[in-house]
Design a binder for this molecule. Structure first.
Ligand SMILES: C[S@@+](CC[C@H](N)C(=O)[O-])C[C@H]1O[C@@H](n2cnc3c(N)ncnc32)[C@H](O)[C@@H]1O
Length: 289
């Protein structure tokens, strides 16, 4: 599950993220960028945001910087980006410490930068960028981190920001189980554990906290739901989610491990044999001046 952000999990969730994305906000972000924008992606993993956004931002020339603290994930980014380019029939090559993707109407340069976002945000050099993106990151940050980050945005002239796939706490199974609420409450409490970004993680409170902080600083903010809709065709992702809920809930309440394991067994049966569906609520947000 997404607690250790292994590349397999990121690969599994990438199509769910793509299908969930509020495309209108991505296009609107593209419209406020200049020609040949410089974009910085925070908590980039293996570069999923480049793969999902490059074609929605007006194509042309784009310069991306991927910020990621996990060097193993970052090292996988060129391979994942290369496979994406291959699937689209585009040329790609490494060039001067960056990765280049080219086709008739698009030239995307991607630079990888190992960086821990726990550091002073001033070190990101945000004023060099025309736009900032982040996907599935902001539920990991704390309120003090968010406040410091938003102050940094203000001091850099309020660059536009596209923050997507932030968990908002809504979870619905199409076939209910009596212990869904019990396990999900434990899971969401567990999400609040500190992730090394300034204190307790915001978890499902992140979308509202982010919108409040940005509007308070003077941004105009638009939000849209970007929910994962996991059906029988996404059974691997569904089973991974159940495993993640189970693991976190047991860590949160070890005394109830047997009850949680029984819930997970029933949910696996409902998913595998009865075609149960799962909706996981997320929010996308666009902030601009
Ligand atoms: C849920 S993953 C999303 C990855 C990617 N944005 C995607 O959508 O596939 C969260 C990412 O944030 C990164 N991350 C977490 N804490 C970080 C930190 N302190 N500094 C930089 N990256 C961090 C993780 O390593 C992970 O790659």
């Amino acid at each position: 599950m997404n607690l250790d952000f292994e590349s397999d999990w990121l690969r599994l969730r990438e199509p769910l993220d793509e299908a969930a994305r509020a495309v209108g906000l991505a296009w609107a972000f593209g419209r406020v960028l200049p020609a040949h924008p410089m974009i910085i992606d925070l908590g980039a993993g293996t570069g999923s945001n480049v793969r999902q956004l490059a074609m929605k931002l007006g194509r042309g020339e784009q310069d991306w910087t991927l910020i990621e603290k996990d060097r193993k994930l970052l090292a996988k980014a060129p391979g994942e980006i290369g496979r994406w380019a291959d699937r689209n029939g585009w040329e790609h090559k490494e060039q001067r410490r960056a990765y280049m993707i080219t086709c008739d109407d698009m030239a995307v340069r991607v630079e990888m930068r190992s960086f821990d976002l726990a550091q002073d945000p001033a070190e990101l050099g945000l004023n060099q960028y025309d736009g900032i993106t982040a996907k599935a990151l902001f539920d990991l940050v704390s309120l003090p981190w968010l406040d410091r980050f938003v102050k940094e945005l203000a001091s850099c002239g309020f660059p536009p920001l596209l923050v997507t796939l932030t968990v908002d706490g809504r979870v619905e199974f199409s076939i209910a189980d009596e212990d869904d609420g019990f396990v999900l409450d434990l899971f969401h409490t567990h999400m609040g554990r500190a992730k090394g970004l300034g204190g307790p993680a915001l978890g499902p409170a992140a979308p509202q906290a982010l919108a409040n902080a940005l509007t308070g600083a003077g941004y105009k903010v638009e939000t849209a739901q970007a929910d994962w809709k996991i059906g029988p065709k996404q059974i691997a992702a569904h089973l991974a989610m159940i495993a993640g809920y189970e693991k976190a809930a047991k860590e949160q309440d070890p005394g109830n491990s047997a009850r949680i394991a029984a819930w997970a067994d029933r949910r696996r049966t409902l998913a595998s044999e009865q075609g149960a569906r799962l909706m996981v609520g997320h929010q996308d947000l666009l902030a601009k001046r």
